[in-house]
Design a protein. Structure first.
Length: 245
């Protein structure tokens, strides 16, 4: 994946350099801690790192790290976070030290601690936006065991998109894969990623989730990755993900 060229907004350049989030970079600009070619910069200003001198809090802005994109099979009980004040395990703890401390590496989107499966990690803020915003059309596939046996009416409500927090939800593809005496296994394919959306929808329909596994992100599936394992994505896989469907 080629790195962007030409002038770009300073908050984006600062975030892509792995210094902080884009929102934190905006605060740095508002507080006057960013300079371009020795002059104070303002929110909305642009610069070209190939020819402009950018300083943040008195330090020269480092060049962005080489693009990195990983696929991880997240186990249950591991947090989608770079660090946890309570010392609980995070997804970065599953990586070797040379990647764990890679500048700017972060989870792309979220998968709650009680769920497991496919998760991307990257150091590219623009890629994170592309993969997490619903307007880009990246759909994710889940295998979900729910309590009981949903009726055709309940599944039809789920497919239409059950409102949450008084906000409409996008349509969802849901089909039955398997069942047992007390539970049903569903395949759920959706483009949204609201907080605990599948769990909250299933509970609202009277069928709490027993197990939730993300199988694929867009065209990218787990394949032979076991829980806790990870791999780098090659350029071909990367290009598939950054092309909106």
């Amino acid at each position: 994946m080629a790195l962007p060229r030409g002038p770009e907004r300073l908050q984006k350049l600062i975030a892509n350099a792995g210094l902080c989030s884009r929102r934190q970079a905006e605060q740095l600009l508002r507080s006057g801690q960013v300079q371009v070619n020795g002059l104070p910069a303002r929110l909305g200003d642009k610069a070209d790192p190939s020819c402009d001198r950018i300083n943040v809090a008195g330090e020269a802005l480092a060049a962005p790290p080489p693009p990195l994109l990983l696929l991880l099979n997240k186990p249950i009980g591991v947090l989608c976070s770079c660090r946890d004040p309570q010392g609980r395990p995070t997804v970065l703890d599953l990586l070797p030290p040379e990647l764990r401390h890679h500048r700017g590496l972060h989870p792309v989107g979220r998968l709650d601690a009680d769920s497991h499966g496919a998760l991307l990690l990257s150091n590219q803020g623009a890629l994170t936006l592309t993969l997490t915003h619903p307007r880009y059309g990246h759909r994710k596939t889940y295998r979900v065991w729910v309590q009981g046996h949903p009726t055709a009416t309940s599944l039809a409500r789920w497919r239409r998109g059950l409102p949450l927090d008084d906000q409409p939800s996008q349509p969802v593809a849901v089909r039955i894969l398997d069942s047992s005496a007390s539970a049903t296994c569903l395949q759920v394919v959706m483009g949204e990623g609201r907080n605990r959306q599948i769990r909250r929808t299933a509970a609202a329909l009277g069928h709490p989730v027993r197990d939730l596994q993300r199988l694929a992100i867009g065209p990218l599936g787990l394949g032979s990755l076991r829980q806790g394992e990870w791999r780098r994505l090659d350029r071909g896989e990367w290009s598939q993900l950054v092309q909106p469907s």
